[in-house]
Design a protein around this ligand. Sequence first.
Ligand SMILES: *Cc1c(COP(=O)(O)O)cnc(C)c1O
Length: 381
Amino acid sequence: MRDLAFNHPAWVEINLAQFKENLRLVKAFLQPGTKICLPVKANAYGHGLINIARAACEEGIDYLGVACLQEGVLLRQANIKIPILVFGAIHLEQIPDFIKYDLEFTIASLYKARMVAEACQEFNKRVRVHLEIDTGMQRTGVRTETAPSVLEFMRNAGCFDLCGVYSHLATADDPEHPFSSKQTEDFLQFINAYGLAEDPNIICHLANSAGVTILPSAHLDMVRPGGLVFGCLPFERNKMPESLRSIKACMEIKAQVAYYKNVPAGTGISYSHTYLTTQKSNILTVPVGYGDGLRRCLSNKGTVLHNGKRYPIIGNICMDQFMIDCGADPGYVGDIVTIIGKQQNEEISIEEMSKICNTHPYEILCGFNDRLPRLYKYTLE
Ligand SMILES: *Cc1c(COP(=O)(O)O)cnc(C)c1O
């Protein structure tokens, strides 16, 4: 059933067929010709950088987006050939490697543009860049007022191939928020005023998952949906456009029971004995802990699936293990426990877990680290 390094008894299952299906659903939702840049930062939202990138390439994606140089280099070292855009601010020491690994990167200030131009002169190279405009995220990017001078500088410097111009939406996850429309309008006004919108060599892009879903005017030449393609819907399923409602999560977390014991009522479980059994109970030990990325705040709050039923995570989650209370139900070493995902008619979603942890679903996704091997599946459920 499994084929994992060292037969590790806990793993992340990634359904690449579902991932590809999600990608196709997003593509079908867009106007024909709209390019897709798939953000694969943070280990492809925990799904595995290289395998996800390869699957996306098989689906004919246009661009991959990463946060930083090292993620881009890993993709190139895995022989991924399609354009890769590094979103994050660059550091001057990295410029030679952006060139060496053929990575497109972001110019977000006149200062950095100058430094890049100097480096290009020194190495006698050209660079492929996207200009980032800050329309209100206040993270990185040139203000629309100062952007013309950066454009001007890049045109005159003679070493920049301007491949794209982009901005990032700050509030699109709130469909009522008027700011997304304002950002879109400001961005459109900018790209129109400076002849960027109609230039066929310049890709204008703005929309993240939420923008793709509710702001058709922000789709432009290319969209950058991350979470949506990984099955994290930006809005409630019934509020999604019809054709995107069948997008599904493609990550499950599973483990095999490592130990079981029967204890009497009133037995304290795990560190600090924060849980006392209320009856004679069958207690199972599952070999996953916060050292794998399972959030400790799920202690005494989360549930897992076993034999198609929900059972509570009891006591404090340890670094490498946690316990569940099966009450009078049986459970044995080797049984499969689903921490995220489906068993029969029950499902524990990323969204359910993130609500208990009072965080964003993305944080749960990218929290599971490399101690949990990734197991890839290639057929739809
Ligand atoms: C992460 C990121 C995205 C994707 O955001 P989602 O909410 O996952 O769609 C798009 N653009 C940039 C610049 C990003 O950093």
